[in-house]
Every structure is written in structure tokens, then in C-alpha cells.
Ligand binder design. Sequence first.
Ligand SMILES: NC(=O)c1ccc[n+]([C@@H]2O[C@H](COP(=O)([O-])OP(=O)(O)OC[C@H]3O[C@@H](n4cnc5c(N)ncnc54)[C@H](O)[C@@H]3O)[C@@H](O)[C@H]2O)c1
Ligand SMILES: CC(C)[C@H](C(=O)O)[C@@H](O)C(=O)O
Ligand SMILES: [Mg+2]
Length: 352
Amino acid sequence: MKIAVLPGDGIGPEVTREALRVLDALSLPGLTLFEGDVGGVAYRRHGHPLPDETLAMARQADAVLFGAVGDPSCDTLEAHLRPEQAVLGLRKDLDLFANLRPAKAFEGLEDLSALRPEIAGAIDLVIVRELTGDVYFGEKARGQTEDGRREGWDRMAYAEDEVRRIAHTAFRAAGTRRGKVTSVDKANVLETSRLWREVVEEVAAEYPDISLEHMYVDNAAMQLVRDPGAFDVVLTGNLFGDILSDQASMCVGSIGLLASASLGERQTEYGTFGLYEPIHGSAPDIAGKGIANPMATILSAAMMLRHSFGREDDAARIERAVAAALADGLRGGDLGGSDNCEAIGTAVCQRL
Ligand SMILES: NC(=O)c1ccc[n+]([C@@H]2O[C@H](COP(=O)([O-])OP(=O)(O)OC[C@H]3O[C@@H](n4cnc5c(N)ncnc54)[C@H](O)[C@@H]3O)[C@@H](O)[C@H]2O)c1
Ligand SMILES: CC(C)[C@H](C(=O)O)[C@@H](O)C(=O)O
Ligand SMILES: [Mg+2]
């Protein structure tokens, strides 16, 4: 079982280190780790945010554990050299079109949600976000209007097969959960969304036991804070899924808690190849202080064991240990506490 570990920038290396300590504490047989550079750190060392050797390492691995990329000192670089290109490039190159972002209430944490406790306590949803299309990967450019004003554009598009495969992911996920898919789009304005809706309807016909509702993204943003417990599987495109998942994290309690799995169709001898990362970024404002919450990355490692290595029991062990640490009052700065990154990692290891 080969894992490519790509810690990246800012708090990426800090949170990844704790996830690796947790994996180490499980003493899994046959685990081999390779470490590679991505992001701003890779740009400085190799002149590119996603060096060829890192990409080759990811391709040869059975799973990728990713920290975060992003560095304010790189914000003025040409677009293709920005650290963020590393994660976008990996997702595209490895065809990881299905991004699962579960958001579930933790017992004892309801008071720390941005929502009222009785509303927050009911959260149990998963955002199924399309990850390799949409406005993220459409043609983009800068230019000038005829009368000399600067202009920038990004083409938003989905082809039917891209919508179909992510819709299947969502309906299959709903089949293992509460049987409800909410497809989120902006079909009242966008042609891309009108095609999205059409194709989702076609796929839905193959899943008669799953209920489907469509919701405009602005309404979904509102419903997500009004009554998040009403959502089961949220199926949406790349851009809307990015935004709604950060929002969902604060409904649970903090962005430092939400994990993600990015999956494609490739099977290895152990499971589905995937990339696992917290939904948060490199958090430059707290980087280097050792105070980041590593739970999102630890929970991403649990998702890796589940999806890429078929080790459901070990995945559940990690998830229970994180929940137990929170129930016992462990709190990073993101949750108003003062437990540091390493202390949280240790607390999780002790509860495995
Ligand atoms: N997948 C990724 O690698 C990824 C994801 C999001 C943002 N980014 C990049 O990260 C950089 C910073 O972006 P941003 O500030 O908009 O988002 P961010 O998620 O990095 O941080 C947002 C806020 O949340 C806090 N935060 C985030 N994770 C935390 C954690 N684990 N523990 C405690 N607090 C945490 C940060 O301190 C900050 O105040 C940018 O360069 C952005 O492009 C990368
Ligand atoms: C860093 C950025 C490209 C990325 C995204 O927008 O997908 C991030 O925000 C995320 O949520 O993983
Ligand atoms: Mg994001």
C-alpha cells in the first residue's frame, strides 16, 4: 500500500504530520510512504508547483495524502505557476472527478456551531462535488473590450458525460444513506445548469428508490443554515461545491474538522485510487505557530483507509478517536480552545 504524502504549504506540513502519526499508531502492515513537494514550496525548489517527479509519485501510488497549498508570496505569479495549480493539476491529471465532503455533527460540539445547537446537532450530509470540470477548467483569459477596458473571463461548461458520472456517484451514495439527493444548480440563469438538471433527471430514472430534489444554489446556501438536517446527499458542480462545503464546515463547528476524498474510477489491488485532503487551505495567518487543528486531515486519512485500502474498521477507529477527543473537550484555536496541533494529534492517537 503506497501512499504519496504531499504536505504542501503553510499549515499543510503541520496537519499532515499529525495524520501520519495517527496512521503510524495503527501499525498497518505493508504501508510505504513517499514524500513529494507541491505548491509554493515546490515552486521555490523546482520552479513549478507540481513538479514532474511529484506527479509521477502520485500516479504510482495507491493513494495520495495531501495537506494544503497556497502562499501569499506567490499570489502575483503567472496563473500556471500559482501553488493552487498543484491541487488542480493533480485532480485533473488523475481524473479525480468525484469529491466527497462529509459534514456530520459531533456530539458535544453543537454549542460551537455557528448555528443554534438543536439545528447543528441534526447535520449528517455529504457534499458530492464534481471536481474536474466547470468554470475551474474552462478557457480563461484576460483581454480588452473594444473601447479599451480591461476584461477577464472564465468559461463555465459541463458536458453531459461529466454530469452523468458524478450524478451516479451521488445516487449510489444516497443508496447507502437516507436515500435523498438534492441537486444544487443555478438553472434559472445558467445554461450549464439547465443541462446539469436535464442529465441528473435522466440518471435519477435509474434509481427509483432514491428521491431527488433540485435546488437553486442561493436557496441551498440559505437552507444549509436554516435546516441542514434536511440534507442527505448534496450533488453539485465544482464551484458551488467549493463554496457550500466551507459553509457546511461552520455549521458543524469549524473548517478544521471537514475531510475530503477525491475519487476517480481507477481501481488498485486495494481499493479505489484517491486523493485525500482537508477542505481547508494553507491558513497563512496561523502557519508555523503549531496551532492548526489537524482533525480534518486525520479524518481525511480515515477516508483514505476506507476508500483506497478497504480498511473500514481502521477508518472507523480513527473517526471514533477524533469524536472521543472532541467529546473529552479537546479544542483547537478554531474551536475557541488552546490545544495545539501536536496535542490534538497525540489525543487522537491515545484514543484509537
Ligand atoms: N486544497 C487546498 O490546498 C486549499 C484549499 C483552500 C484554500 N487554499 C489556499 O490556501 C490559502 C489560504 O486561503 P484562505 O485563507 O482563503 O482559506 P484557509 O482555509 O486556508 O483559511 C481560512 C481561515 O480558516 C482558518 N483555518 C483553516 N484551516 C484551519 C485549521 N486546520 N485549524 C485552524 N484554523 C484553520 C485560517 O486560519 C483562516 O483564518 C490560499 O492560497 C488558498 O488558495 C488551498
Ligand atoms: C485551492 C483551491 C483550488 C481549492 C478549490 O477551489 O477547489 C480549495 O478551495 C478546495 O476547496 O479544495
Ligand atoms: Mg475550498
